[in-house]
Design a protein around this ligand. Structure first.
Ligand SMILES: NC(=O)c1ccc[n+]([C@@H]2O[C@H](COP(=O)([O-])OP(=O)(O)OC[C@H]3O[C@@H](n4cnc5c(N)ncnc54)[C@H](OP(=O)(O)O)[C@@H]3O)[C@@H](O)[C@H]2O)c1
Length: 224
């Protein structure tokens, strides 16, 4: 990814969006944090800058964000993905990369994955995007409440997948800047069928053991 790559979080005002923005900004990157409300975006960006001790995060409305970012993180609850895609799908260009961090988990009588005909949330999104827009899935198994605690090291793995090798490589160039986080190439988007189930499992482990930050480490890789 070129040095001047502009990174944006679509509705990054939630815990996951803030956490990714915070970790990337702490690694030295400039981030645009979007919201449906400019005021909310600016307020959250101000709070993150206060934590960082420097002006690394700018609050903007989602529409401006989508028009001006190269690497766009989709950080909304999965149940709102349709409305967000409907709003921006025509604005997305082939020069941008959309990074899906959503997990189709719902909570009714306990956590469960939505039954999606496409197999995973990422493939569902792929099917609703113009072919020209590269889609990458990342950050799916990382707990948001850990990401926002900058004083706690991540010390774990996360998984990246895409049907576009180039888009995956560009995204890796950016997200690899976060210390303590090793990226595992999980292959094509259909890997998200397993990855999203792993997130569900982590949620269940958190509940069972009354912990907050269950996450993954793959053993047996040479570059440990
Ligand atoms: N929580 C985790 O540990 C975790 C881990 C991995 C992946 N994820 C995924 O990360 C994504 C974000 O999670 P989160 O916990 O940060 O979500 P969240 O706080 O519930 O929501 C994120 C943002 O979505 C926007 N939003 C809310 N309602 C909306 C609507 N009706 N239409 C459009 N946008 C709406 C809001 O932004 P504005 O109002 O400012 O626009 C909100 O701040 C989810 O897909 C989740 O599955 C979460």
């Amino acid at each position: 990814m070129k040095q001047e790559c502009k990174i944006g979080m679509i509705s990054g005002t939630g815990t996951e969006g803030q956490g990714i923005a915070l970790r990337l900004a702490a690694a030295g990157l400039q981030i645009a944090l979007g919201s449906r409300s400019l005021e909310r975006a600016q307020q959250v960006a101000g709070e993150l800058n206060r934590q960082l001790g420097q002006e690394r995060v700018a609050g903007v409305d989602n529409r401006t964000l989508v028009a001006n970012s190269d690497l766009l993180f989709l950080t909304v609850p999965f149940v709102h993905v349709d409305s967000v895609l409907q709003q921006y799908r025509d604005q997305f260009s082939s020069n941008q990369i959309l990074v899906d961090v959503t997990v189709p988990v719902v909570f009714d009588k306990g956590p469960r994955l939505l039954d999606l005909g496409e197999g995973s949330g990422a493939e569902y999104i792929r099917g609703r995007l113009p072919d020209r827009v590269p889609l990458v899935a990342a950050f799916k198994t990382l707990p948001a409440h850990l990401l926002v605690k900058r004083d706690i090291g991540l010390e774990c793995d996360d998984f990246i997948s895409s049907d576009s090798v180039e888009a995956k490589e560009h995204t890796l160039e950016v997200v690899s800047k976060i210390p303590g986080l090793r990226w595992i190439d999980a292959g094509p988007l259909r890997a998200c069928r397993a990855l999203e189930a792993m997130t569900l499992l982590a949620v269940m482990i958190n509940r069972r053991y009354k912990i907050k930050f269950a996450r993954y480490r793959v053993l047996g890789l040479e570059h440990e």
